[in-house]
Design a protein around this ligand. Structure first.
Ligand SMILES: Cc1cc2nc3c(=O)[nH]c(=O)nc-3n(C[C@H](O)[C@H](O)[C@H](O)COP(=O)(O)OP(=O)(O)OC[C@H]3O[C@@H](n4cnc5c(N)ncnc54)[C@H](O)[C@@H]3O)c2cc1C
Length: 383
């Protein structure tokens, strides 16, 4: 029987130094940024803001200097992320590239791909999206049908991807597609490709409206899209191994429990107007849970620093984190007096209205609750 391993780590002094610098920068840049936009958290986007972060060296912070990265520690990156998330800064344009596409390329891509692609990410000029889910394949990702067929100098791709966050504005997609078929083993015969979204013929990107009326994700249809050989990531057929590693990056950061943090801030502000014992008790609970999750999540960052594999612990943090993020609007409804409304005058009511609609998706994106619990059970040797 295996157990979770959340060794305690503390953020080192250089991470706390960086935190001060980031905080001062955010206060200067975003002093007038409205609360309801802050509540978009890492979904809020501004290409201009991403470029400003790039200039400061705050994208690709842990990556090698030879690509333009900062070679800083995962702890420094953690402190940076905590600050931008607590502030609700619009980091969405470069988020996926920084969190997972860049690390995927460094791990599985060629040196040529890294030199070609990573400097643009680091400057905050090159944005990425993830092409995994398909209309009939979500949790059961191994059932994807989008297919790449070998041709002269590359591959021709046909099929479709769905729920692709940011495809409308990104430069690149990393797509998981079928390059072969083995009825005996569905996990074989998949490969990952870099798809140039701005310059490929045969691609159609159509927005899908979410419950809050926003157009964040898309349907992407491939009709005879040519992808050159040099844009295949890793060996043909290694796609499954690569995406499972990528999903561990996707599940490990503070964004997995801080997405509703603006509402906690607004709850505290609201409770200060008319303090009562019930609100105090609820806020106390939320803050205590936040502190515990933070400690668990920093432990995952510590594992990344030592090259240990934190896939199991990252799944635990993401699952508990989504429960927590979804609980905050519930508590806001118990404490709040007025109607939650996007057109309300108070920040509290607007943020409450937005997050009430948004949190539903937090236990779906990046792997659903049921799937994560299955991974946790397997990690513990229970299945
Ligand atoms: C906001 C948002 C952004 C997203 N962005 C992206 C993106 O950028 N790129 C991308 O590729 N995808 C993206 N997705 C898609 C996301 O990864 C899928 O929605 C998710 O993996 C679930 O797949 P599905 O929607 O097909 O649901 P299904 O897999 O059909 O699941 C439906 C329900 O059945 C349950 N279920 C399924 N299988 C099992 C099982 N074996 N045991 C128990 N329960 C099970 C699920 O937990 C879920 O509750 C995004 C989704 C959201 C909500």
């Amino acid at each position: 029987m295996q157990y979770f391993n959340f060794d305690p780590y503390s953020l080192p002094p250089e991470a706390e130094e960086l935190r001060k610098e980031v905080r001062a920068f955010l206060e200067e840049e975003l002093a007038d940024y409205p609360a309801v936009l802050r509540s978009r958290s890492w979904s809020g986007k501004s290409a201009e803001f991403s470029r400003k972060l790039g200039k400061r060296g705050w994208i690709g912070m842990t990556w090698p200097k030879k690509y333009g990265g900062g070679e800083r520690s995962f702890f420094e990156r953690y402190a940076f992320l905590e600050e931008v998330l607590a502030y609700g800064a619009p980091v969405g344009s470069h988020w996926i590239a920084d969190r997972q596409s860049g690390p995927t390329l460094m791990r599985f891509g060629t040196e040529e791909q890294c030199h070609r692609i990573l400097p643009g990410i680091i400057r905050g000029e090159s944005f990425f999206c993830i092409g995994m889910s398909e209309p009939d394949s979500g949790s059961d990702l191994a059932s994807i049908r989008t297919k790449a067929v070998k041709t002269d100098g590359g591959y021709v791709i046909n099929g479709s991807k769905i729920w692709t966050t940011g495809a409308e504005s990104c430069d690149w997609m990393i797509a998981l597609v079928r390059t072969g078929n083995n009825p005996e083993n569905r996990h074989q015969g998949m490969s990952q490709f870099l798809i140039d979204l701005k310059n490929s013929k045969g691609l159609t990107v159509s927005p899908i409206k979410n419950m809050a009326g926003e157009e964040h994700f898309n349907m992407v249809v491939f009709e005879d899209v040519f992808v050159p050989e040099e844009n295949r990531i890793g060996a043909e057929g290694d796609g499954w191994k690569q995406v499972t590693a990528e999903l561990a990056f996707e599940r490990s950061g503070p964004e997995r429990y801080m997405s509703s943090i603006q509402l906690l801030i607004e709850i505290i502000r609201e409770a200060k107007l008319q303090p009562d014992a019930r609100a105090q008790e609820q806020i106390g609970r939320l803050v205590a849970h936040l502190a515990t999750m933070r400690r668990m999540s920093i432990s995952v960052a510590g594992k990344l620093e030592t090259d240990a594999n934190p896939a199991l612990e990252a799944s635990v943090v993401k699952d508990l984190g989504a429960v927590y993020e979804q609980e905050i609007p519930e508590i806001a409804h118990r404490i709040g007096r007025g109607e939650a409304s996007m057109t309300a005058l108070s920040d509290f009511e607007q943020v409450r209205a937005y997050l009430t609609q948004a949190v539903v998706s937090f236990s779906l994106r990046g792997g659903t609750r049921e799937i994560l619990r299955g991974i946790i059970a397997r990690g513990l040797g229970l299945r």
